[in-house]
Design a protein. Structure first.
Length: 286
């Protein structure tokens, strides 16, 4: 299993890194990155169809519809202009919808009409694609500051949960949805991302970075916005993770698919980023 995970990770890096770092001027459309993300988001659309009980044919159609929605947005020039209302509405939907889904738990998911579930999921994927590509248009430093913030939260939460889980709290975070997550893990993730954000902002300032990170953009709008914004993003990344776990548990699935051997599916890798990306864009540009 470890060998399989390593091989899959190396293949993904061999595809993603050249696309991510392909030279493009700030504000210019990063075509290779947009194309790679388009394929991944379309695959996630297929997985979403399978998790919602559809057969292979309909799931493939949903993946194609996700691809078409993103491609149409690209063709219409939606990527090239500011999208403040998209970020605000998407963030509000994640906050309110995520809270409702976690409140009613696994039993509540099947009671949501299937068309609402499907459309909501595909729109979340579409918005995440828009946010990822526009973040890359700002610059690699800006996009990486978002991605690494979410990944740092996940890594620190894992190790803090393993080391201190249930040693300071009496209950787990969401035992009926994701039994392995603890409150100690959440606080470990919070500490990790706050430290990362402060160090990243300091490094940007020291190096006089030509492209700002999310952290320096937030500080420029008010120093108090950095801790608030970082904590908000961490909280919502946890919501994204838990929502996908809820959907998988309702579907009786361990992973969203087997597209990434040793890692599960695309949704398993991007679930925490789905709310974090539009929220980061909202915090930085609205």
């Amino acid at each position: 299993m470890l060998k399989q995970r390593i091989i899959t990770a190396l293949v993904l890096l061999a595809i993603l890194l050249p696309a991510l770092f392909y030279p493009s001027a700030p504000g210019a459309l990063p075509v290779p990155f947009a194309c790679v993300m388009l394929v991944l988001i379309a695959a996630a659309g297929w997985e979403w169809g399978k998790l919602n009980g559809y057969g292979q044919g309909v799931a493939l159609l949903l993946g194609a519809e996700t691809f078409a929605l993103c491609a149409l947005s690209w063709a219409l020039g939606l990527l090239e202009g500011p999208l403040p209302m998209v970020w605000i509405v998407a963030s509000a939907c994640w906050v309110l919808g995520g809270a409702a889904l976690l409140r009613f738990g696994v039993p509540g998911w099947p009671r949501v009409p299937k068309p609402v579930r499907v459309v909501g999921g595909l729109l979340a994927l579409w918005v995440a694609w828009l946010a990822a590509v526009q973040a890359r248009m700002v610059g690699v430093n800006f996009l990486l500051s978002i991605l690494l913030l979410v990944w740092m939260a996940d890594i620190c939460a894992y190790f803090a949960g393993r080391a201190f889980g249930l040693k300071f709290s009496r209950s787990k975070l969401a035992p009926s949805i994701s039994p392995g997550k603890s409150w100690e893990g959440v606080w470990g993730g919070v500490i990790g991302v706050v430290v990362l954000a402060v160090l990243w902002a300091w490094a940007d300032h020291s190096a006089q970075a030509r492209v700002s990170s999310l952290h320096t953009v937030l500080i420029a709008r008010g120093w108090w916005l950095l801790p608030i914004g970082v904590l908000f993003m961490v909280a919502m990344s946890v919501v994204g993770d838990l929502v996908e776990s809820l959907v998988k548990r309702s579907a009786g699935a361990k992973d969203s698919s087997n597209l990434l051997p040793g890692h599960g599916g695309v949704l398993d890798r991007v679930d925490a980023l789905l709310p974090a990306l539009p929220i980061a864009m909202m915090l930085a540009f609205t």
